[in-house]
Design a protein around this ligand. Structure first.
Ligand SMILES: [Zn+2]
Length: 142
């Protein structure tokens, strides 16, 4: 019999007795191992490390995962913004004027991007002209 220190995905440590590592693997695969504290079946062998360091590692992993998720989201937003900009004319500060002209058929219907103040955007929306803010990306905000 061997004793394993086990840990669930909620960082609860507990112990289990097994006839060998194959026995552990078999029980694990069969879903027979669950955390006595939270019933989680996401159990892994702890390497006899103090529970503090296990918790720290978990936090580090979560931080890395969050960072990665954030980067993926940023990449998606960046792609979307690039696609919008590639298909739109940058009219700069003339944005409210151009948006109005397009809306009233005085200019060719096309996608435009540009700057508008909060008040200008509000006026456009009041007139039923659909405008949407482009997200400001970190590199752009300088
Ligand atoms: Zn647990």
């Amino acid at each position: 019999m061997i004793r394993y220190s086990l840990v669930c995905d909620n960082a609860h440590g507990f112990e289990g007795w097994f006839s060998g590592s194959a026995d552990f693997d078999r029980q694990m695969e069969a879903g027979l191992l669950t955390c006595p504290s939270c019933n989680s079946a996401a159990i892994s062998k702890s390497l006899m490390a103090p529970s503090v360091s296990t918790a720290q590692k978990k936090e580090e992993k979560q931080a890395v995962a969050m960072d990665l998720a954030q980067k993926q989201v940023m990449a998606k937003i960046r792609e979307a913004v690039a696609a919008i900009k590639a298909n739109a004319e940058d009219v700069g500060e003339k944005f409210p004027e151009e948006a109005r002209k397009i809306h009233y058929g005085e200019a060719d219907a096309r996608g435009i991007v540009g700057q508008a103040s909060f008040a200008e955007v509000r006026d456009l929306l009041d007139e039923g002209i659909e405008v949407a803010p482009l997200p400001i990306l970190p590199e752009d905000a300088n």
